[in-house]
Design a protein around this ligand. Structure first.
Ligand SMILES: Cc1ncc(COP(=O)(O)O)c(C=O)c1O
Length: 367
């Protein structure tokens, strides 16, 4: 007899997992918005140093990392939530805030994990279409907020479309949200966003809106996706307490904590990576536009493009794969006929543009 599972397991969408980890070194892995830069050697050493002591559980107060983030952002440690990746905090937020009868509002397409929150909790998901430029339509989102709303998610810059809203636009939106409704501003890619200025700018919003949570990660610019460390800077301590209450006590392993603390010490390296990524992003976007395709204004470490009418998305994805380039199909992200491509190293970016041009029947880029 088959096992009987909870009904919600049938509602939870399957996360579109990236493939290609078995394809070897000669593949451009441009499908998961990871960093193409290996972690700083001091970060690797810091993680390795703690391995000899992993017979002990990790520090459950996560004090060094909490303190390092508190010092950097000027937020009390009690208002900093940590997680096994920022996904962990996101899912815990769903568990802590949502239940049958409640509503969660977010733009769509946005981060693929958002639909999970309503499905897992039995809450209702309100998905608000993006505008014509594939940006969040904050007016439309605001009008969807009802007495049942518990949570609003705003992904800025948005995954998969790469677009960002200015903080003035977000501030104006937050003024329209009732104070008891939690707003998670998902800033997984904020370090790459010229629209936002710097990573301190959105902290001003926290001072004005205690219902706001800034969700961030070490998976992108800090190059620690495989370590799984995320954090949230919270407008009030309540959010941190609630997400900690619904999770297991040891959600962040010792090596991940040590790596994250060390990574924060190398901001010069972070800046260098951001500069290189933005240069790559511009080149990639220009290369794709030269093929006569629409590319969104990117503020992230990836680009988002629309394929020309009549071009079959699956054939392009397969064609790129055959040329050693893995990208993410729009169909898997909520918008068929589009593609999300992570900025990689310069040769990887060039390989992608050349391969795409080849598939569109054009000769490869010179040089
Ligand atoms: C918008 C957004 N939020 C959150 C995450 C989760 O990142 P992690 O769990 O690795 O911190 C991702 C990962 O791709 C993302 O794109």
């Amino acid at each position: 007899m088959p096992l009987e599972f909870a009904a919600r397991t049938r509602r939870i969408p399957v996360y579109p997992l990236a493939a290609g980890y078995d394809l070897g070194a000669d593949v451009a892995m441009l499908a998961s918005n990871e960093s193409c830069f290996a972690p700083h050697p001091a970060v690797v050493e810091a993680a390795a140093r703690v391995l000899g002591g992993v017979n002990r559980y990790p520090d459950p107060s996560y004090a060094p990392l909490r303190r390092a983030l508190a010092d950097r952002y000027g937020i009390p440690p009690g208002r900093i939530a940590l997680g096994n990746g920022s996904c962990d905090i996101l899912l815990a937020a769903g568990e802590a805030l949502l239940e049958p009868g409640a509503e969660v509002v977010y733009a769509w397409p946005a981060f693929s994990v958002y639909p999970h929150l309503a499905a897992a909790s039995g809450a209702r998901a309100i998905e608000v279409p993006l505008d014509d430029e594939d940006r969040h339509d904050l007016d439309a989102i605001a009008t969807e907020i009802t007495v049942a709303t518990r949570l609003v998610m705003v992904c800025n810059p948005n995954n998969p479309t790469s677009t960002a809203l200015s903080l003035d636009e977000i501030d104006a939106f937050l003024r329209r949200v009732p104070g008891h409704v939690c707003v998670i501003l998902d800033e997984a890619y904020c370090e790459f966003a010229l629209t936002l200025g710097d990573t301190y700018a959105s902290l001003e919003l926290l001072r004005r809106h205690p219902n706001l949570v800034l969700l961030r990660t070490f998976s992108k610019v800090y190059g620690l996706a495989g370590m799984r460390v995320g954090y949230a800077l919270c407008g009030s301590e309540d959010f941190r307490v609630a997400v900690d209450q619904v999770r297991q006590p040891f959600f962040l392993n010792s090596a991940a904590q040590a790596a994250a603390v060390e990574a924060l010490r190398h901001q010069d390296e972070v800046e260098r990576r951001v500069t290189e990524t933005i240069a790559g992003r511009l080149e990639m976007a220009d290369g794709v536009r030269a093929l006569d395709m629409w590319v969104a204004e990117s503020d992230a470490n990836f680009i988002w493009l629309h394929l020309p009418d009549g071009v079959e998305e699956a054939a392009v994805i397969e064609g790129l794969k055959a040329r050693g380039v893995l990208v993410r199909a729009g169909a898997a992200l909520g918008r068929e006929g589009s593609m999300r491509v992570t900025v990689g190293t310069a040769p990887e970016n060039e390989r992608f543009v050349d391969a795409l041009g080849g598939l569109m029947g054009l000769p490869p880029m010179a040089g």
